[in-house]
Ligand binder design. Sequence first.
Ligand SMILES: C[S@@+](CC[C@H](N)C(=O)[O-])C[C@H]1O[C@@H](n2cnc3c(N)ncnc32)[C@H](O)[C@@H]1O
Length: 271
Amino acid sequence: MSDIDSRTEPRPVTPSTILAAELREVTELLADVASIPHELMSRITRMRDLAAGLDPYLERCTTEESSALAALSQRTHTADWASRPVEQEMLSGQVEGQLLKFLVHMTGATRVLEIGMFTGYSALAMAEALPPHGEVVACEIDEYVAGFARESFAESAAGARIVVEVGPASETLRRLNGTSRPFDLVFLDADKTGYLDYYRTLLDTDLLTANAVIVVDNTLMQGQPYAPADGRTGNGDAIADFNHYVAKDPRVEQVLLPLRDGVTLIRRIAV
Ligand SMILES: C[S@@+](CC[C@H](N)C(=O)[O-])C[C@H]1O[C@@H](n2cnc3c(N)ncnc32)[C@H](O)[C@@H]1O
């Protein structure tokens, strides 16, 4: 495979795409085995088709992304990330972007905090759903991707509603607490080992409005919390611990949606 090919083929990084890839390989392996009963082969083929067709179907049945989001996605897809600590698979994409837009509309949010921006797909999606006076404050540690995102934001009217804060998010949150007006919606999507600290900071400071919603990405972490293939990675452990902590936290109620790599919605029910 050439460099260009490997740059444009995203790896499967969600439970459903990993499952689809596994079933495709198993089906190919079994196709050469003459003794496989027809009934078994047709059931495995059905499993493969159910898994492989899910994400494309979700995309077809979800509102199309704006031209600005499509352009940002394409720029991210064709950039060379090989020498960088980030990768194109980090971009959330059309279906999750549309969920975030829906949540901004449903909550009537005017102030949104993003922790982990990458090239800006989710920040721009949420900004598109905000009223003209709304604002997304987007935290990103990597200078290069922050610059990459700003270039895309400059090409879209909604991009003017995004303020990028470059640096470790823990420091940015500390600075924002007390100096910024509180946030109605938070999208948490940065380093997974930092999730618990970010969550505790959000609940223990004045960063949130009383009815704020926290949206947390990658809470299924490729299935590692419930079905580790060869043991869990550090990120798998971190997400398993995070999910356990939130599930036991009496201050909140939450739901884990099996969308993409898992999205948990959290809201405070007691102070
Ligand atoms: C999964 S990506 C975010 C994807 C983005 N939300 C989207 O939907 O396209 C995670 C990002 O968090 C950033 N990040 C990692 N650790 C961070 C930290 N301590 N503070 C701020 N950003 C961090 C990474 O550089 C990366 O760009």
